[in-house]
Design a protein. Sequence first.
Length: 227
Amino acid sequence: MHSVSRAITTTQEGPHDDLARRVQRARDSAWQRPPAAHTQAAFAEADTWLAQRQQPLVLDAGCGVGLSTRQLAERFPTHAVIGVDRSEDRLSRDHGELPDNALLVRADLVDFWRLAGAAGWQPARHFLLYPNPYPKKTQLKKRWHGHPVFPALVGLGGTLELRTNWAIYAQEFAQGVRLLTGLDGTLSRHDPDGAFLTPFERKYHLSGQALWRYRVELPSPQPGGTA
């Protein structure tokens, strides 16, 4: 048996009407809040690990218990795969030994993305797998595309892939990327065909929910650019 996951409920009938204003404000006003000390320390360790490996980077943002990081490391054996999550409890759960090319980092993504940009990180692939949708209409600013950090996230470049079980979230995210870059990605229904990257993906699929995947090829940041 498997647990049944309830579908997202929301009063929104389509993309939020305040999205464009929030994205434009984030683009035009660089966020000045200093990164937290614990994330600075965690990033420094990750940066050293990455530099030692000399491999293309796969960034698993919001990796939860790290199962997706393990699977991505197996799918991309010639890459360095870094999974980032802010929860010590989730990251500490025992799911077996990490592959040699994988690293789990406890850090706040809001600060981690900005530090990555400032350090010149250029992920080959960047995954956001089933982020918290914050489905209430008043919660737009908590969704990644409504948050001030969104330009830093997009600015890292590479193949950016979002997966979600809420179509509106994917539509908003795609709209946000288009506003920042002028680029159109690909948004489509996603069938994992048994190859589940995360426990959420498995639960949502087995509960009969539609899954969505958005993917866009972003340019690499220009040398000397800001995060």
